[in-house]
Ligand binder design. Structure first.
Ligand SMILES: *Cc1c(COP(=O)(O)O)cnc(C)c1O
Length: 423
C-alpha cells in the first residue's frame, strides 16, 4: 500500500504537523527517508536541496560528521534519567552567557516555552491579560491561538476549534509594526496586562521585518506600564546571530523564548530571563512548570555541541547572511527582468518570496492576500527542479552552512525558470 494511504489510516491527515501535508500547494506530503549535508532524500529516492532545514534547527546542514560520531557515543551513556545532569548546567551557562539573561529553564518545544513564559509573566505581575500581534505565531497553546486583530477585545475569535472564548478573553491582539495600535490597547487595559509577546523579527507570516523604532518604542511603553516584554526567538535565536536578535535593535526584553536551533535538531525549547523573574518558578516560587523529558541529557549534549560549534565558528553567520543576500538579489533581478509581481522580504539570513503583493510589507494585513496560485506554480516548478522550499509562502526560507555558492547560483537560475513558468 502507498505510504500516504497507510499514513492517513493511522495519523490524521497522514502527518504530525499540518504544514507537512502540503495542502496549501494541493499536493500529497513528501515522505523523507534521510538527509545529508544540503540534501534531502525522499522514499522514492528523489533528491532535493533543503531550504526548509526542519523549519530552522538544521543550521549546519544535515549529519555533520564529527557531531554525529559524538552523538552516537552519547546513546551508550543513557538517553534519559528524569534527574539532574551536568549537561543541563553547561547548556544553561552557554545560553545565558550569550544572551541578556540570568537563568533559563529547558522544555521540549517552542510551544511549551511560550506557554510557560506567559504563565510566569502572569505569576510575576499578578495580572491577567496578554498582548500579541496578528500574524505572529507562538506555538499552539490555547491562549495564543487567536487570530483576529480587528474589533474590540470581546470580538476576538479563536483560530482553532476547541479553544474556548473564556480562554482567549484575556488575549489582546495588535497590529505588527503599528505602535499607535499598541498604545491604544495598552491605554485601555494597562493595569491588567501581564506581558507583550512578539517575534522581534516575524517569520511565521513569511518574513516581516520590524521597524527599529517600533521595537524600541515597544520596549519603552511596556517598561512605563510595568508590562513584561517577551521576545519569542524560537526562530531567530542563535540563527540570525550567536545569541538573541535584541542586540541588533539595542533593546533588552524581560523574557526570551528559544527553541528550534538550541537542541541541535532534538526537541528542545527554553525560556530565559532576569533572575528576579525566573526565581518565581517552582521549586523556588509559586509558578508551576515541569517536564518528564525536559533537559534530557541526549538533547542537552547535542544542543551543547551545535551551539559550541556555532560559538567557535561565528563566521558561519556571515556566510549565511551573504548567501541570503545573494539569493535575494538574484530573485529580485529575475522578478524585475521577467516583470513578475513578487517581492522578497528579508532579514539577515531568513527570507521570504511573496507573490502578488503591491504594498510595502510591514504587517499581516500586507501579506495576507498574497497570491496562492502563483506560489503553487512556483513551488511545484522548484520542487521538480530538486529544490525543497516550504510549501507555503508564509514560511521563511532557511539556509544552512552546507549550502554553498554553487547551490545558491543554481537556485537563482532555477528560480528564473520557475518564475517564467508562472506567466
Ligand atoms: C516554531 C515556533 C514556535 C513553536 O515551536 P514548536 O517547537 O513547534 O512548538 C513558537 N514560536 C515561534 C516564533 C516559532 O517559530
Amino acid at each position: 500500500m502507498n505510504l500516504f494511504t497507510r499514513a492517513k489510516k493511522v495519523i490524521p491527515g497522514g502527518v504530525n504537523s499540518p504544514v507537512r501535508a502540503f495542502g496549501s500547494v494541493n499536493m500529497d506530503p513528501i515522505f523523507i527517508k534521510k538527509a545529508k549535508g544540503p540534501f534531502l532524500y525522499d522514499v522514492n529516492s528523489n533528491k532535493y536541496i533543503d531550504y526548509i532545514n526542519s523549519w530552522g534547527p538544521v543550521i549546519l546542514g544535515h549529519g555533520k560528521k564529527d557531531l554525529i560520531e559524538k552523538a552516537k557515543k552519547y546513546l551508550e551513556d543513557g538517553i534519559t534519567f528524569g534527574l539532574a545532569t551536568e549537561e543541563e548546567v553547561k547548556l544553561a551557562q552557554l545560553i545565558t552567557n550569550a544572551t541578556n539573561t540570568d537563568m533559563i529553564r529547558f522544555v521540549n518545544s517552542g510551544t511549551e516555552a511560550t506557554m510557560s513564559a506567559i504563565r510566569l509573566a502572569r505569576g510575576f505581575t499578578k495580572r491577567n491579560k496578554i498582548l500579541k500581534f496578528e500574524g505572529c505565531y507562538h506555538g499552539h497553546s490555547d491562549s495564543l491561538l487567536v487570530k483576529s486583530g480587528s474589533g474590540a477585545l470581546t470580538f476576538n475569535s479563536p483560530t482553532s476549534e476547541g479553544v474556548s472564548r473564556e480562554t482567549i478573553m484575556h488575549t489582546i491582539v495588535a497590529r505588527y509594526n503599528d505602535i499607535n495600535d499598541v498604545k491604544e490597547k495598552i491605554e485601555e487595559y494597562k493595569n491588567d496586562i501581564a506581558c507583550v509577546i512578539i517575534e522581534p523579527v516575524a517569520a511565521n507570516m513569511g518574513v516581516v521585518v520590524p521597524d527599529e523604532s517600533f521595537i524600541k518604542d515597544l520596549r519603552k511603553i511596556t517598561e512605563e506600564n510595568k508590562i513584561l516584554l517577551i521576545f519569542d526567538e524560537v526562530i531567530t535565536g542563535f540563527r540570525i546571530r550567536f545569541g538573541s536578535v535584541d542586540k541588533l535593535f539595542n533593546v533588552k526584553a524581560d523574557l526570551y523564548c528559544f527553541g528550534k536551533i538550541i537542541g541541535g535538531g532534538l526537541p528542545v525549547g527554553a525560556f530565559a530571563g532576569r533572575r528576579e523573574i525566573m526565581q518565581k518558578l517552582t521549586p523556588l516560587g509559586g509558578v508551576y512548570q515541569a517536564g518528564t523529558l525536559s533537559g534530557n541529557p541526549l538533547a542537552m549534549k547535542m544542543g551543547y555541541d551545535v551551539l559550541t560549534y556555532l560559538k567557535d565558528h561565528q563566521e558561519i553567520y556571515d556566510k549565511l547572511d551573504k548567501n541570503a543576500e545573494k539569493l535575494a538579489l538574484g530573485f529580485e533581478k529575475n522578478i524585475k527582468e521577467l516583470g513578475i509581481n513578487a517581492k522578497v522580504s528579508k532579514f539577515h539570513s531568513i527570507l521570504s518570496l511573496f507573490f502578488g503583493i503591491d504594498s510595502e510589507i510591514k504587517s499581516y494585513d500586507d501579506v495576507k492576500n498574497a497570491d496562492n496560485n502563483m506560489f503553487e506554480k512556483y513551488f511545484k516548478s522548484m520542487l521538480k527542479s530538486g529544490f525543497m522550499f516550504a510549501p507555503s509562502q508564509y514560511e521563511a526560507i532557511f539556509l544552512s552552512d552546507a549550502i554553498d555558492d554553487s547551490i545558491i547560483e543554481e537556485t537563482i537560475r532555477k528560480n528564473r525558470e520557475a518564475l517564467k513558468s508562472i506567466n
